[in-house]
Design a protein around this ligand. Structure first.
Ligand SMILES: [Zn+2]
Length: 199
């Protein structure tokens, strides 16, 4: 590709997105050049609006329009049960089943020694604080069933083991080992939730 700074800058920014390599970034930049200006501006406006208006909920870490998300501020939710997930996107998969009425806690990732992610990089302190403050009766661990997800699940079990009157469960292994919540269909997620097992 010839060196045109403006084009290269766009490719550079696109290639910083997760899962987008340089080749894909070039393809996307060329695509943006081809589409109508209004369409391209809609994209940049949507990104700006997203950044200006959406935050991570200060309670659970899921996405929110204000400081607190819809789930945390809904008085009809069961505030005695928390489902712990790795990422905000996992909340959508469980919400899609329409059968979970508790709260969530988004860790912001999973313990991954190979990627240099340790417990202090994730929201475990906030989790303990919420479990104690809300007098939570059950936490459901819904980390993914891969090696790092299992390490994270054991760690959660360990840090919560001394909290009195707390049941710690995890999703049943209906979701194939190594796969992620996002690749499981709603029925599978629902079954894993309903058939959860004690940790
Ligand atoms: Zn929330």
């Amino acid at each position: 590709m010839q060196n045109i700074q403006v084009f290269d800058d766009c490719v550079h920014e696109l290639s910083r997105l997760p899962g987008v390599g340089r080749k894909t970034a070039v393809r996307l930049a060329l695509h943006i050049l081809k589409i109508k200006p209004e369409q391209a501006y809609k994209l940049s406006d949507a990104i700006k609006k997203l950044k200006d208006n959406i935050k991570f909920c200060k309670e659970c870490g899921s996405i929110a329009e204000g400081d607190v998300c819809k789930v945390c501020s809904d008085s009809h939710r069961n505030k005695e049960i928390i489902c712990i997930v790795e990422e905000a996107k996992d909340v959508f998969f469980i919400e899609n089943t329409g059968r979970f009425n508790g709260l969530y806690h988004v860790l912001g990732g999973k313990i991954s020694p190979l990627d240099g992610i340790g417990p202090s990089d994730l929201s475990f302190n906030k989790l303990i604080e919420r479990v104690e403050k809300l007098y939570i009766k059950e936490v459901i661990i819904a980390t993914n069933p891969d090696a790092d997800g299992e390490t994270t699940a054991s760690y959660i079990g360990k840090i919560l083991q001394n909290v009195s009157n707390l049941k710690v469960t995890k999703l049943a292994s209906g979701i194939p080992i190594g796969s992620h919540l996002e690749y499981a269909d709603e029925i599978t997620v629902l079954r894993a939730l309903e058939n959860r097992v004690n940790l």
